[in-house]
Write a protein that binds this ligand. Sequence first.
Ligand code: GDP
Length: 443
Amino acid sequence: MSSATVFALSTAPGRAAIAVFRITGPLAAGALERLTGLAAPAPRRAMRVEIRDPDTSEILDDGLALRFPAPASYTGEELVELHLHGGRATVEAVGLALGRIDGLAPAGPGDFTRRAFLAGKLDLTRVEAVADLIDAETEAQRRQAMRQAGGALAALYDGWREDLIGALARLEAVIDFPDEDLPPETGAALAATVASLARDVARHLADARRGERLRDGVAVAVLGPPNVGKSSLVNALARRDVAIVAAEAGTTRDAIEVHLDLGGYPAILTDTAGLREAAGAVEEEGIRRALARAGDADLRLVMLDARAPEPDGTLAGLIDGGALVVLNKTDLCDRPPPAEVAGAAAIPVSAKTGDGLDALTGRLRAAVEGCAAAGASPAPTRLRHRLALEACLAALERAAAQPEAELRAEDLRAAAAALGRLTGRVGVEDVLDAIFRDFCIGK
Ligand code: GDP
């Protein structure tokens, strides 16, 4: 465990009613004494303090101090919180005073949570959930992060890893002690455990993108011919009752991204706006990019002119189960637009008058929810999870097909290591522990 004592402003910088500094490490309580001239407060009890400059004794602020002695703290180390007035100058003055105390250094990014991990307070999936809670912009994202913070993924992965280590322990016993009288069903039981684990991991992976989509936002590409009203629609949706979280230029020059909160589910609408300007030589490149975006998107919103709603070949190819067909400019229509286009139900709107936008928002919300809604069991929320789970599954499948006991044990170890990477738990000690607990060998 790190022995340095570090401090950081834990609340957002800027003007606020309250600002909280946290100090963690062996010198935390001593630093508090230096700043207040008082003996550190009783554990977990707020104490009113005057915070003074450690060199000049000038009173810098009047606030509250809390002490969480090791190991019963977030970081597992001595931890102190200072609650101050949230003015910029106050925060600056107290930050400088903290920095002048011998042995204290400013914390780096994630230092507090890193220490919590190193102290065994949080596994890696809970560490990630802390970050996700801070970044959660919608209700469903918050719920998913809370579930993960509560250990839902850790419990799942640790449970699998335990089963795997149990199986490995039995296999190692067969390898190391072939003469012992092991139950004859050991081999079959082992194969059944491996097969059932592989099934569980595969099922969990099959649902993998839901958790990631919820965490990242469901990507919705708005596609259609030039001038059909794509930008107008994105602007109209962004300005309506859906809460806009952020509107910013997208990652590519020709796209605008708008973040929407659709009934608690996050969507990132991408308007391939530049296509309109992309005339002549660059037209092809524009179309190529729009198609690439359509391919990457979780959902496609295909927009056509309600007066001429026949999609050309490329657009028609994009209308499938993952597409919403929108017929725009109904205000210019003298007769009702068709109810269906290319076999998909069409949603008539006018981005100009706002007609039909409520219905479209409802359909979009349902589609986004369908892509990202949490299932009964927790889903992986990061690419990192998916990669480790794929590695685990591949190792389990190799183990199932491997006739050589030693090589099979190697595959099972690789599968267990992949699960260990998910939660940050690694080590062979667990295997040894399980061997001696389950088999009482080596009397
Ligand atoms: P994009 O190229 O598909 O992004 O299309 P724009 O959103 O830039 O719209 C092209 C033109 O159509 C603009 O002049 C818009 O004002 C107009 N427009 C967009 N939506 C509607 C609509 O619902 N009704 C009418 N009458 N005009 C619209």
